[in-house]
Structure formats: C-alpha cells, structure tokens
Design a protein around this ligand. Sequence first.
Ligand code: 2PG
Ligand code: MG
Length: 385
Amino acid sequence: MIKNVRIEPVLNSRGETTIFAEIITNRGTYSASAPSGKSKGAYEAKAQPFEKIKKLFPAVRKKLVGLDESEFSIIDDTLESIGVDRMGSNLAIALSMAAVRAAGNGEAYAALGGIKSFPYPLGNVVGGGVHGGGLSIQEVLVIPVKAKNVREAIDTNFAIWHAVGNELGAHGITGRNDEGAWVATADEAETLGIVTNAAKKFGAKVGIDVAAGQLYKRGKYYWPSLGRTMSKSEQMDKILDFIKEFRLVYVEDPFTETDWESFAQLMKKTKILVCGDDLFATQPERLDIGVHRKAARAAIIKPDQAGLISKTLRAIHIAKDGGLAHVVSHRSGETCDTFIADLAVATGAPLIKCGISGEERVVKANRLAELWDKVKKPVMTKLRL
Ligand code: 2PG
Ligand code: MG
C-alpha cells in the first residue's frame, strides 16, 4: 500500500528545474525523475512549472495515498482522472515511473513484463538546431549494427564519437551541446561525410534527426547553416540527397509534425527507417493515424510526451502492431534516471536513443549492460535496416 508520496525540485542536465518523485510503500521507497525536451512537439503532454505543481500536489498526493502499488495502471488511472496536462506531464511521468518501480519492487523491467531483448543504441555524435551547434539539423546519429552485445554496441558508439571529435578538430570544435554531441563549424554535408567515414571504419550506419518542426515557418523550412529557405519539395529533395549520398539508414522528423503527406511520400521514395518523433508525440491516436497513412517505419517513444507509462505502452503496442520499429528515447534535458533502458528491454525495442557522452546519457548505457548480465541468454533485438 502507498503510505506516502513526496516530490522535490531538482535540476536536469541543462540546469532547468524538473521533478523528482518518491513513492513510499510498506515494502520500500521508489523514485524517479522527469526529463525535459527542448525541441518539443505541439502534440505532446504539457509540463508545468514547479511553483504550479507545488500548489496542486497535495490534492494529487491525497488521491494516491492508500492505493495498492502492485498494479501501476491503477496509479496511472488515478493520475489520468486528475488530468496529466493539468498537473504537468513532468509530475505525472515522474510519479508514473516511480509507480512502475514500486510495482516491480525497485526493478522497472520486472513490472513491465521482464527482459525481452536488447536495443541497439542510436547515438548522437554531432549536434545542432535548438540543442546548440552549427548545424540546422538537430542530430547526426550512428547505429552500431554489427555489435553482438550491448557493451560492444556502446563501445562502438563511443569510439565513433572520439574519432569524429578528432576529425572535427580541424573545423574548430566549439564544444559539446545539450546532449553531449560535438558542436563544430562544419556544415551538414561536411559533417555527414566525416561521420559516415568514421562509422564505416567501425561497421556502423548513420542516421539524422532533422527536427524539421524547428526549421518550419509558414509553409517553408529555413536552414540557418545554409542561409536558405526551402519549400516542401526542396526539403524533400535535400533529405533524399542526404539519404543517397551518405547512405543514411534512419531519418527522424524530416518534415514538420502536421505534414503527414510528405512523410507518406518519402516512405514511397525510400526503404530506410523514416521515423516520427514530434509527428507522433507518443500519442496512441496519432500512431493510429501514422499506421493507417503509412507515414513512417519507426516511431520515437518518449514517456514524458505521453505523460504516463500505461499510455506509453499503448503507443508502443500500436506501433508494433502496425509494423513500426519503436525507438525508446531520452530528452535533451536529462537526469540520471535510467528508466528508458528498462522500458526498451521490456518491450523489445530495436533501438534506444540515449546519447553517447555525458553522465546523464552514460548511466542509461550502463543500465543496459547491467540488465544484459541479468539474463541467461541475452539477445539483441532484430533490426531490419
Ligand atoms: C529529439 C529529442 C531528443 P528534445 O528531438 O529527438 O534527442 O530532443 O528532447 O529536445 O525534444
Ligand atoms: Mg527528435
């Protein structure tokens, strides 16, 4: 039984205030903290400022105390009845993740059905967009497709990150951005060339997150790195050029979140993993539309976009049923919470996007390795690329 619930304001990796929540039961104390995005989608659940949450929290606490913690969906239903947007997706997801841990007596994966298989880490090597950096696209990513286990996969991503850092040195590295990705003065094509070469040496493949919603204004895409505004069809051509020239296997949010049509058109023009992030915003009803319209082959799953783990699981279910690869993902503003590693292994996600460098990213990789050792015959999830 839940005896008490408490929250605290804590800082995330960007220095913003986020929520740390604790659920205290007869068996123990279970905690979680909420991540926060910067390139947010219009359809994701809304976070609230701590001052507002603080005022509302006593009423939330009152409804949770006394509940049976063995079924986290009961706690989620209670949170849903109060209203996720109203209390803040940051409060809701911290409580929901803590509730999963409470149900699993500290092990989230146990409450989520156990460990199925292990995801390939999709690692952010060079960054841009609103996360900081000279690129207009937000992320240049690598997938260590040849790795036989998670440790090898994590090591490969780090080796590529170091190799690219050395290469980019010549282009004036100015630091690392919100997600620990390199920031340099090279443009998209130069950067993709460098990352592609490094990835090749390590048997990895390359992808991008365009986060196109951030470039979109009144029907057009503005690329600051190129000083150019592109129409929808020019944007399509640019993406197709990148796919061809750099043999990309993964493209996330190449168009803005309302443009189902362009997503569907791109799907017809390429066989690679076209992935929706802001497009779906981890909303089950938007995934339904995406499956129906054949708008993507992959879907980003960010628990805080949904606001509740039960809703996140519904979104994953629809994605899987519709033949989409689900990509469990961190946010750019992270804490050292490792919940997404458990979610990825329990749902058999083929990919996990959790960054490469930075303590708040590394802890997720370490959790994957820790979980790998818990299983007798662990396997990587099948990844069709
Ligand atoms: C994304 C995410 C994580 P943010 O767009 O995929 O990389 O960024 O958390 O800022 O939305
Ligand atoms: Mg994204």
